[in-house]
Design a protein. Structure first.
Length: 181
């Protein structure tokens, strides 16, 4: 990735569409309570990014519903899982009255609003930490005692300090991914 000055407070990118000025985040959710948000790379996602983000969590009975990006199709073929691509550009929002990505799109929308309105944008270097925070917030949003449950969940993570100390290494890996074609 070329060196560029940082965009201040989540300002707009200079290029239209998906470019190396934006960070791709893979959002996965199931019909129950599982939710995951993973920083993938700068620019368009690739099959290897999907594999890195969700590959260890799939099984033979996994059904993948996604937008129609070709990387998801390749990932599904490689992992021999059922895949339903939703073509929003063709006004397709639901397949067979059951397969859709509306839940994931709603999560994505809430995430973007939260980052913009609460923080005015965040640093890419710490983006995964904000995604983890948002995930915890989403899981506890119906809680009667949000602050206490959030504190307890935070204390349960005994690897938090190690993760914090690995931020620079993780960010270097993300930047390295960006330079690969």
């Amino acid at each position: 990735m070329e060196n560029r000055p940082p965009r201040k407070r989540g300002g707009p990118a200079s290029k239209k569409g998906i470019s190396n000025e934006q960070v791709a985040v893979i959002v996965t959710a199931d019909r129950d309570t599982e939710l995951d948000l993973s920083v993938a790379r700068f620019g368009r996602i690739r099959k290897m990014d999907i594999e890195r983000a969700i590959g260890q969590r799939i099984s033979g009975d996994t059904i993948l519903c996604s937008d129609s990006h070709v990387s998801y199709k390749g990932f599904a073929i490689d992992n021999e899982i059922e895949h339903h691509a939703i073509r929003a550009d063709l006004k397709q929002h639901v397949k067979q009255k059951i397969y859709h990505v509306q839940h994931v799109n709603a999560i994505d929308s809430r995430l973007k609003k939260w980052i913009e309105y609460q923080f005015g944008g965040v640093s890419t270097k710490y983006l995964q930490k904000y995604l983890n925070w948002f995930k915890a917030k989403e899981k506890l949003k119906g809680s009667n005692d949000f602050l206490m449950e959030f504190a307890n969940k935070s204390l349960e993570d005994t690897t938090a300090r190690d993760k914090y100390e690995q931020i620079d290494q993780w960010y270097a890996e993300l930047m390295h991914l960006t330079t690969q074609n």
